[in-house]
Design a protein around this ligand. Structure first.
Ligand code: AMP
Ligand code: ZN
Length: 466
């Protein structure tokens, strides 16, 4: 498998540390608000990566954190804790909103057929692990105490900016205009590992530590949680591109300083979902959530299809027009795939060849749009329905678009009547008019056998389903 590695800026052969096994760490959501559909794009594409690895025969272990403490409104130690901000907004406790938005996130993931990671770990459950890591960084001279906080000293590293050039947009996340510098820091890019004194004294969740009562920085949580569940060598670390700097850069700095060796081999970054007005972000206040799309009548899986149609390393622009096009394409495709029967025998040769094309698409840096094209190619095959059905079932292990499940009749049909039944009623009326009562009775009996009862009224015939 070839995978693009943000660390080297090249597509590389993916070789896991242990043959056949892959350990993946994913930055999870900050649960102070609903995930927006941009966040969900990242989780859908990470799911495509996990499912692709699984399809290609690897045994995958995936770990994800839940950020319920320490993520400040500015990614570089400035601003208020996002969780506290959310709690104040909703006049609830931090733990209450953490639970509510974690549950909401899990529900979204389920609706989008995103596989549950093997481990989901809230940061507040690993405080001793964070403290242990910070203690060693201090003992080894990589960290220092200043003004009541503990900071990582980036000048102790040979190389800090490991991802090389960043987009101006990514760097802007860390270096924002109008943010006054933290005078405790020896170098402007040093970052907090533990706070006991921040500008916001009303931090709700605090823990005792060797440096006083306080709370962890955001970056330390991902490092410590990954080390706890994945050990000292990680195969792939995932996240949205905005996480590359400073979050992932800081994770690498502190983890490799802690371990004394290289930590993670591959960095998989998903590019942003943008609106025509720019990046979709929670802090901008205006963002779209999955529930809103559902309220508007969109099937979550149509949104998954919309995401899978484009490559994860390209920015994706969201518009309702583009989503509507995806809905039409998805409905047409699934209507055709779900109608495939099991007729005929499965042709093993055709099966193997089509699977090879599909594997090639996935093995080429998780090319999901080509993987979807592979489904259309199956429908064009000169092959039995059984062969095609077997292939669609197989491909859907990765695409997870419920391609073999027929759509439920649309609500519209319930109100206005199912067009097919209405047609039978019209045919029966025509038969009656032509005094062909045998045919009229046959239609009535046939519908009755399907649990559909016809009701004749002076205004015409209606029906009722059993
Ligand atoms: P957060 O809940 O803010 O910690 O973000 C959760 C994930 O969504 C992270 O991996 C982010 O990098 C990612 N993310 C944030 N904004 C976007 C966006 N507009 N498009 C895609 N991914 C995003
Ligand atoms: Zn993280």
């Amino acid at each position: 498998m070839k995978l693009y590695n943000s660390l080297t800026h090249t597509k590389e052969d993916f070789i896991p540390n242990e043959p056949g096994k892959v350990k993946i760490y994913t930055c999870g959501p900050t649960v102070y608000h609903f995930a927006h559909i941009g966040n969900l794009r990242t989780y859908i594409m990470e799911d495509a990566l996990v499912r692709s690895l699984d399809y290609l025969g690897y045994k995958v272990k995936r770990v994800m954190n839940i950020t319920d403490v320490g993520h400040l409104t500015g990614d570089s130690d400035d601003g208020e804790d996002k969780m506290l901000k959310g709690a104040k907004r909703e006049k609830k406790s931090v733990m209450e909103i953490a639970k509510f938005y974690t549950d909401a996130f899990m529900k979204d993931c389920e609706a989008l057929n995103i596989k549950k990671p093997n481990v989901i770990q809230p940061a507040t459950g690993c405080i001793p692990e964070f403290i242990k890591m910070i203690e060693k960084l201090l003992a080894d001279g990589y960290a220092y105490e200043a003004g009541g906080n503990v900071y990582f000293d980036i000048s102790k590293l040979d190389k800090y900016y490991v991802f090389g050039e960043h987009d101006a947009e990514d760097l802007a996340v860390g270096v924002r205009e109008g943010v006054e510098g933290d005078e405790n820091k020896r170098n402007p890019a040093d970052f907090a590992l533990w706070f006991t004194k921040s500008k916001f004294d009303d931090q709700e969740l605090k823990w005792d530590s060797p440096w006083g009562v306080g709370y962890p920085g955001w970056h330390i949580e991902c490092s410590a949680i990954s080390l706890k569940y994945c050990g000292d060598s990680l195969d792939i670390h995932c996240g949205g591109i905005d996480n590359a700097f400073p979050h992932h850069t800081n994770e690498i700095a502190q983890t490799e300083a802690y371990l004394g060796h290289k930590w993670c081999n591959f960095w998989f970054h998903v590019l942003h979902l943008n609106t025509t007005a720019g990046k979709m972000s929670k802090s901008k206040g205006e963002f779209l959530i999955l529930d809103l799309l559902k309220e508007k009548g969109y099937d979550p899986l149509a949104y998954r299809y919309f995401c899978l149609q484009s490559h994860y390393r390209k920015p994706l622009v969201f518009s309702y027009e583009a989503l509507d096009n995806a809905v039409t394409a998805y409905r047409k495709l699934r209507t055709r795939t779900a109608a495939l029967t099991s007729d005929g025998t499965v042709d093993q040769e055709i099966l193997a060849k089509a699977k090879e094309a599909f594997s090639e698409a996935l093995g080429n840096d998780v090319n999901t749009s080509l993987a979807i094209t592979a489904v259309y190619d199956v429908l064009k095959l000169e092959a039995s329905d059984a062969t095609k059905r077997a292939l669609v079932a197989d491909f859907d292990r990765v695409l997870a678009l419920n391609l073999l499940t027929p759509f439920a009749p649309e609500a519209k049909d319930e109100e206005e009547g199912d067009p097919e039944i209405l047609e039978q009623i019209a045919l029966r009326a025509a038969a009656k008019k032509a005094k062909n009562f045998a045919e009229a009775d046959r239609i009535r009996a046939e519908l009755a056998a399907r649990g559909i009862t016809l009701i004749d009224t002076p205004q015409g015939t209606t029906y009722k389903k059993a």
